[in-house]
Every structure is written in C-alpha cells, then in structure tokens.
Design a protein around this ligand. Structure first.
Ligand code: FES
Ligand code: FES
Length: 163
C-alpha cells in the first residue's frame, strides 16, 4: 500500500521550499531528489559515516536519520549554501588551500560538521577537532590535512580573512 504523500515547507539555505514527499523519505533523499541539492552525499544510510550531515535549526544532523516530514517548518543548511556564487567561504577556502578535499565524497558532510562546530567554538585545538570529526568517516585520508584546514579556517573566521 502506498502511503499518502505529505506536503512540507521548509527553509533551505535561506529560501522557502515546498514539496510533497512520502512519509518514509529521509531528508537526504528529499534534498537530493526533490530539491536537486545533490551536494549532500549519502554513504551508509545508517547514521555511521556522516556523509549526509546538514545543519537543521543550527544543529549538525544526519539527514539519513531524519525524515523529510520531520523537517517541516525547519531551517536547513546544506553545502550549497556555504559559498557566495563563485566565492568560497573561509572554511571551503582553507580546505582548498590545505588540500583537505581528498576524493570529495565525505567533504560536504565534514564541512557542515565543522561549520556548525566552529560557530560554537571559534578557537578549537587539533585534538578537539579530531574528536569533532570522529563522526565523519573518511577512507581516503588520515585527517591530517582536514584538521590543518579546520584550524586554518578557525583563524580566518576569527580575523575575518577569507583567503
Ligand atoms: S549516510 Fe547518513 S550517516 Fe552515513
Ligand atoms: S573524501 Fe574520500 S573517502 Fe572521504
């Protein structure tokens, strides 16, 4: 039996979005397939890898563990909202400069995790960042460049220097 579709309205990267979705659809699929925001990646769909991390009402969240209908009325930030046109934001620019990108599959989730964290703690140390990143599993790096980029980004954000 097909469940009736639900109509939801949410704010994504500052824009109001409406759509209809099956109640079983998770937020990551809604973002990717219904809104065309394919920067949010889906890895495990079990809440383990962190690739699908977005920010919901200011908090980093696994979008594979949240139903789209649960985001009705919420404010969601995705990787597409970080840059201003072609201009990378300070965190993205630090990743570029410090070679933190690797193959890129995990990168959107990592950037969203760090975006949320750096708002709360603008002066983290490397050890703290490794703990923060422990929920984002990445197979193609030892995290060294990612931690370096995050430290660099924190300094840029504190001083207001983008690049
Ligand atoms: S896809 Fe959501 S945590 Fe892995
Ligand atoms: S960026 Fe390649 S597996 Fe993480």
């Amino acid at each position: 039996m097909i469940a009736p579709r639900a109509t939801i309205a949410l704010t994504v990267n500052g824009k109001t979005c409406e759509g209809t979705t099956e109640p079983r659809t998770h937020l990551a699929d809604f973002l990717r397939h219904d809104l065309g925001l394919t920067g949010t990646h889906v890895g495990c769909e079990h809440g383990s890898c962190g690739a699908c991390t977005v920010i919901v009402d200011g908090v980093a969240a696994r979008s594979c563990l949240m139903l789209a209908v649960q985001a009705d009325g919420a404010s969601v930030e995705t990787i597409e909202g970080l840059a201003s046109g072609d201009a990378l934001n300070p965190l993205q620019q630090a990743f570029w400069d410090r070679h933190g990108l690797q193959c890129g599959f995990c990168t959107p989730g990592i950037l969203m995790t760090l975006t949320a964290y750096l708002r709360d703690d603008p002066s983290p140390d490397a050890e703290t960042l490794r703990v923060v990143l422990s929920g984002n599993l990445c197979r193609c790096t030892g995290y060294q460049n990612i931690v370096a980029a995050a430290l660099d980004a924190a300094a840029r954000l504190r001083t207001g220097v983008a690049a």
